[in-house]
Write a protein that binds this ligand. Sequence first.
Ligand code: GN1
Ligand code: MG
Length: 359
Amino acid sequence: MMTPREAAGCFVSPDQVDILEPLGSGNINDTWLLQLTGGEKRILQRLNPVVFTEPEGVIRNMRLVTTHLRERFHGLAAVCTMVPTPEGKYGVVDTDGSCWRLLTYIGHTRCLNSLHNKDQAREIGRMLGLFHRGLADLDPHLLTDPLPGFHDTPAILARYHARLARSELKNRPEKDCQRFIEARSELATVLDSADRQGKLSRQVVHGDPKVANFLFAEDSDTVVSLIDLDTVRPGLLLHDLGDCLRSACNRAGEEVNDPEMALFDRQIFRGVLEGYFARAGSLLQPGDREHLVASARVLAFELGIRFFTDHLAGNRYFKVQYEQQNLLRARIQFALVRSMEEQEQDLRECVASLSASCI
Ligand code: GN1
Ligand code: MG
């Protein structure tokens, strides 16, 4: 396997590589900030081969989507550009199947792991709306699905059951998660069955619009870009909206020590939706609006099951710093689901009032 320095040297001349330092807090891929000897910056990434088994498709999708968005955005948002090797390749596959690539760096920006105020919430909603609007006319058939079944909640639940059957949970202290999932197993089919009935809008979506994937200007609450495009794929608008909401409205972040701290913030919920509706409200069909509140609950439930299943499997998918981390992450997502259940009526009223004021 190549070192990051060797990998960087596939894209730029090795003597141009100056400083390389790890960047970000992604759960899947590895990222470095590369500084060239001339002072310019680039982003070096290594795609996780366990998760992205067909990196060529990921790279093709990214090229397609970034080219399309640049035309549609007219400078309204920054889009990263992939830097090719001197031979014109956008990805270099390593001996273990992982894929290295180099991206331009979007300067004067910062990343947040959780939101601090409603202006930031409006901004990420606005950017997600802009992103969806920009991709609304891109033919989903042109994309390779990099992660088939990524948001197939019933299949994710079935995988959990299969894993549970093989583990010795009876003797382990995680019964709370098991009971939580059992009590809500019907939640797993909510989006899936509405989708089968043709009630939900499909198009190319981002796939992973969590807070940390929005770049904020370094000196203001303006969002300048939505990054991390490995998961762009044909999907439901509600996959993105639900995922963005479950991430943004959890002001304590995904990695708190105490799951009790994971509360779903209604003001942030309203802010994200205000921003989104202003940009892309007209993309949402009545069925999308009807299932909007549920989508945040489903996506938090689904992520909680994914974390818990990975915990039972011995942490093979999500990176961990300690053994119990995926269990804690699961409990945090389940606490969020509970918090949403408690506020269901208020959240529905919020969507209804925003829907009424926007067309
Ligand atoms: C992973 O790679 P990262 O950290 O942006 C995961 C998402 C989860 C997220 C939770 C390909 O995203 O689905 O929502 O962790 N990405 C993949 O933090 O599984
Ligand atoms: Mg990602």
